[in-house]
Design a protein around this ligand. Structure first.
Ligand code: ATP
Length: 353
């Protein structure tokens, strides 16, 4: 088994609150285990450019409570080319980096697989506010983004109530409806619209009209980012059809920032420590996941494939490397995710008035 003397940690792709807690945990758990830790700034781009700094206890003091990522992030198309990969490997050789913990989303995990194949063992940690990594019940940053989102919807509710208005709110999450669903439940929204489940526009408009006729003053309709420009169109339709003054709000990147919640800090710390443990056990090309309250690990190839399965993006041959049992377990996991989304959606529908 390879002897680890030095491991690197980097953040890549979209930033997410809680990433700093993971960076801290990797650094301190690494130190405790007797390995040196280096920080790689600006993700894979920084790895290619040799932006490597020795890290120790002092380097991570106080970062657990900070939003964003103190290691900065970058999207690096060059890293995906052979020339970029060569530069990244050269940096690892130069700084004697024996393994890397990469924190990010699916693109980041693909990069981790490429590096592992080239002899730099990597372990991935899911960091994205979208909660769209199928293999894990939660991703770092999701809980914070959700809390920021509901704080902002609560503010809109106040002003909608004062002025007897409707506000259609587009929330982040890319193609995943989790932020929309849970924020709709937590704010008592009158409807939620996500790309995963077909909605009944007429019924929603009628609901608003009926509720207004019954004396309700304020309305919040949460629309997921995956619906494209639909939220703006719907706002106009609601006002025209019901006469209720309607506004549109897009929260966008605001919810990517902010102080991480307890849930994100704790899970990120657990995942950071687990990633170091896995590397030191000689494991690589794994992603740390949370499943049924436990911190576990999954093969990155499995995680990326179950993700494509869930999103309906499987290509021919994608399932070939897996056993029947693995394919069955992927299908089961996709069913669980589908049901999770369906249950949250139904809850909004049952309680919206
Ligand atoms: P988020 O979900 O927040 O967007 P992400 O990790 O998916 O996070 P990406 O921009 O897709 O974000 O990926 C981050 C980086 O990982 C890319 O800039 C690129 O350097 C690397 N990467 C992405 N896809 C691949 C790939 N197919 N092969 C190798 N490296 C990749």
């Amino acid at each position: 088994m390879q002897k680890f003397r030095k491991i690197g940690v980097l953040t890549s792709g979209g930033d997410a609150p809680g990433m700093n807690a993971a960076i801290r945990a990797v650094t301190l758990a690494g130190e405790t285990s007797g390995v040196d830790v280096v920080a790689v700034y600006e993700g894979y781009q920084g790895l290619m450019e040799g932006k490597v700094v020795d890290f120790s206890t002092g380097s991570v003091n106080g970062i657990i409570r900070r939003g964003g990522t103190t290691l900065y992030s970058a999207r690096s198309p060059e890293f995906m080319l052979e020339s970029g990969m060569q530069k990244a490997i050269e940096t690892c050789r130069k700084f004697e980096i024996d393994g890397i913990v990469t924190i990010g989303g699916d693109g980041t995990f693909r990069g981790a697989t490429d590096l592992t194949r080239r002899g730099i063992p990597c372990i991935g940690i899911p960091g994205t506010i979208d909660n769209d990594v199928t293999a894990t019940d939660a991703t770092i940053g999701y809980d914070t983004a959700l809390n920021t989102t509901i704080g902002m919807i609560d503010c809109l509710r106040d002003t909608c109530e004062s002025h007897a208005r409707c506000n259609v709110v587009e929330v982040m999450g890319r193609h995943a409806g989790y932020i929309a669903l849970e924020s709709a439940i937590a704010t008592g929204a009158e409807a939620v619209i996500i790309s995963e489940i077909a909605h009944d526009e007429e019924a929603i408009i009628k609901r608003i009209a009926d509720l207004r006729a019954a004396g309700k003053r304020s309305f919040i309709i949460v629309v997921s980012e995956g619906m494209g420009a639909y939220g703006e169109e719907l706002t106009v339709k609601i006002e025209n059809a019901t006469g209720v003054e309607s506004r549109f709000a897009r929260f966008a990147h605001v919810v990517r920032g902010g102080v991480p919640t307890v849930a994100d800090r704790v899970m990120a710390s657990q995942m950071g420590a687990k990633a170091v443990e896995l590397l030191l056990e000689g494991k690589s090309n794994m992603v740390v996941c949370k499943r049924n309250g436990r911190i576990v690990s999954e093969d990155i190839a499995y995680a990326l494939t179950v993700d494509r399965m869930f999103k309906g993006k499987l290509k021919e041959g994608d399932l070939d490397p897996f056993t029947e049992d693995q394919i069955e377990s992927m299908k089961a996991l996709c069913e669980i995710r589908k049901q999770e989304i369906r249950d949250l959606y139904d809850l909004v529908e049952k309680t919206a008035r």
